[in-house]
Design a protein around this ligand. Structure first.
Ligand SMILES: [Zn+2]
Length: 290
């Protein structure tokens, strides 16, 4: 098929007939989701937008015939960070409804595979619900994943890459986010202000209550960020470098592309109704009947 849908990865740059082509080609839609949120004294407010957008772009440039990247959802759920100036919170109900509006629009047009590529940790429970609801309320399949999760696919990557302690060295405006931002937009990093930041609940040494970007304690208190972080930097920002940012970026893009291949070609899940007597009414809650 000769169509711009095979050479242009940016959803918003296609025309409606080209969107029809993209649907016929069963392209996977990536919706980058982030937040405008404080990232310590050294990183700008847009870290959680820039990271998933640029990783999506990297995948899109390499495989525009497989996927489309949508304009990002820039505002996220970050109500616990409002003690730091600049943070913009989207009420969790608005956020969930907003992203659902996007996935449902895509599903209605005929896109059946959607990835919510998240850049902001606290979006995760909300996007998990968006993905579940998309799966139950439309005939599309939707997966939510943090971009950093793609660094765990190859179990040898992080042990080679990470220099900071676990847990805590990679958490927020940390070794990882500082590295990636130095690589993607180093001119906008306040390099003279890069300092490691403590996480007071980790310092308690409790086996229950601790955090890291890649894991959390079995019973962790998620409360106001200002109650456990004095500067808004959580982790070993001083271990960040542009070179490490490039390594993380290349690995995330590579694994994201592997995932897109897998997800695109995977047959849709098939439901089976086990009622002996067929239900006599549509399924409630806006969920699809079989
Ligand atoms: Zn962040």
């Amino acid at each position: 098929m000769t169509t711009r849908a095979t050479t242009e990865y940016r959803y918003e740059k296609l025309t409606w007939p080209e969107i029809d082509d993209a649907i016929e080609l069963n392209q996977v839609c990536i919706v980058p989701c982030g937040a405008i949120e404080q990232h310590g004294p050294h990183l700008p407010l847009d870290v959680d937008v820039v990271c998933p957008v640029e990783i999506s772009r990297g995948a899109g440039l390499q495989a525009p015939e497989l996927l489309l990247v949508l304009p990002p959802v820039c505002y996220g759920y970050t109500g616990h960070v409002l003690d730091f100036p600049g943070t913009i919170n989207s009420h969790f109900e608005h956020f969930i409804q907003h992203v659902l509006d996007i996935t449902k629009s895509l599903a209605y047009h005929g896109f059946k595979k959607i990835l919510l590529l998240n850049g902001h940790g606290s979006n995760m429970p909300n996007l998990d619900l968006v993905a579940r609801r998309t799966n139950l309320e439309t005939d599309a399949e939707c997966i939510a994943a943090g971009w950093w999760s793609f660094l765990t696919v190859d179990p040898t990557f992080l042990p080679r890459w990470r220099e900071s302690k676990f847990p805590g060295g990679c958490s927020h405006a940390c070794e990882l986010e500082t590295s990636l931002y130095l690589y993607l937009d180093g001119d906008n990093v306040r390099k003279d202000l890069i300092r490691n930041g403590t996480i007071s609940l980790n310092d308690e040494g409790s086996p229950f209550n601790w955090m890291d970007l890649f894991a959390a304690g079995p019973a962790t208190l998620v409360s106001w960020t200002s109650s456990y972080s004095p500067t808004g930097t959580l982790g070993a920002a001083e271990l960040g470098s542009a070179a490490k940012g490039q390594q993380a970026y290349d690995e995330a893009v590579k694994q994201l592309l592997h995932f897109i291949h897998y997800f695109k070609n995977r047959p849709m899940d098939v439901r089976r109704d086990h009622h002996r007597q067929p239900p006599t009414m549509p399924m409630p809650w806006g969920q699809k009947s079989i």
